[in-house]
Ligand binder design. Structure first.
Ligand code: OGA
Ligand code: MN
Length: 319
């Protein structure tokens, strides 16, 4: 069956149907999916019927999947595969978490960002699958923004200004912006990643802005000037005309290409409603079905979390 594609905005986002993602796809079907991703940046797949295992298996078609930090021996994980990032508001028992570090950590997802911009090795696709969603009308949607069309529409002066600039990114900067008690000094002691602010998106040949809530500074610019530019660019990219939101039902999956989009979770009352979302995360430039890359950046990064947002140690303490 052929892929059906219905655009959401004229140049960005599409609802896709007509493929059964629970079964292995043919080479032609896979190409239809990557072509749709290259063109639309975000694809929405309703009622997929995917299990955790099928979610991981389908995701491997797009490259190596990053893994969540290793748990100390014998410690329980909520999700059955290290390839599943837990974007839920639940604790290990599947109840709404009251762990302040976990709540603080998740707040960062409500700021406009691109996944893993705080790592040197960027993420191409994220594939987020809904398992439990809040009832309709109470929030908890996910917003997406088009960083290619936003780039196209910049003035020539702004394009010239940002060409060749390099950003400095930290996971903990986004958590600080969301209210976590982490000092700038603490952030600078931890891993930082540098990325060009403008790059050419491989699949489409279009230029895109690459920036995130993790973007702390711009190399060579003194604090306030760089930070203002970061804020101005995010405000430009996230104007109504470049954005849409997806409302979720269980079974829905959204694939976004972090190299040509930004996203953020919408507000909802996380103390009142369970929201169980699970994400696979593809490393840029890796071959399909790569099972090992010999490194483990998330374990390395979380080994050095500031306490205020250290999910591992909070869970270790049995909270
Ligand atoms: C993510 C993310 C937002 C949401 O999983 O990367 O930012 O709406 N999620 O759950
Ligand atoms: Mn995210």
């Amino acid at each position: 069956m052929a892929l059906k594609v219905e655009p959401i905005l004229p140049h960005f986002g599409a609802e896709c149907s007509g493929l059964d993602l629970t079964k292995p796809l043919s080479a032609e079907e896979l190409k239809e999916v990557t072509d749709a991703m290259d063109k639309w940046g975000v694809t929405v797949w309703r009622n997929t019927g995917l299990t955790d295992e099928q979610h991981v298996e389908f995701s491997r078609n797009f490259g190596y999947l990053e893994r969540v930090p290793k748990r100390p021996d014998g410690q329980k994980m909520r999700l059955p595969y290290r390839e599943l990032f837990d974007a839920s508001n639940l604790n290990l028992e599947g109840e709404i978490t009251t762990d302040p570090a976990a709540v603080e950590y998740r707040k960062g997802d409500r700021l406009w960002h691109t996944d893993s911009a705080f790592l040197e090795k960027r993420t191409s696709y994220s594939l987020l699958l809904a398992h439990i969603t809040p009832p309709p009308g109470v929030g908890g949607e996910t917003w997406f923004a088009d960083t290619r069309t936003a780039y196209d529409d910049l003035s020539q002066e702004m394009k010239d200004r940002i060409e060749g600039l390099v950003s400095i990114n930290s996971l903990w900067w986004s958590r600080k912006k969301a209210g976590a008690d982490v000092s700038e000094e603490e952030i600078l002691e931890r891993p930082l990643a540098r990325h060009p602010i403008v790059h050419t998106h491989k699949g489409s040949g279009r230029k895109a802005i690459f920036i995130a809530a993790h973007t702390m500074d711009i190399e060579g610019m003194e604090g306030p000037e760089g930070r203002q530019l970061i804020e101005d660019l995010i405000a430009h990219i996230t104007q109504d005309k470049y954005t849409f939101k997806v409302a979720w039902n269980p079974g829905d999956m959204v694939i976004w290409d972090n190299l040509c989009t930004m996203h953020r979770g919408a507000e909802y009352d996380y103390t009142a409603y369970k929201r169980d979302m699970r994400r696979t995360t593809v490393r840029e430039g890796t071959e399909p079905h790569t099972m090992d890359t010999g490194d483990d950046p998330y374990t390395a990064l979380f080994a050095r979390s500031p306490k205020a947002v250290d999910i591992n140690s909070a869970r270790d303490a049995g909270r």
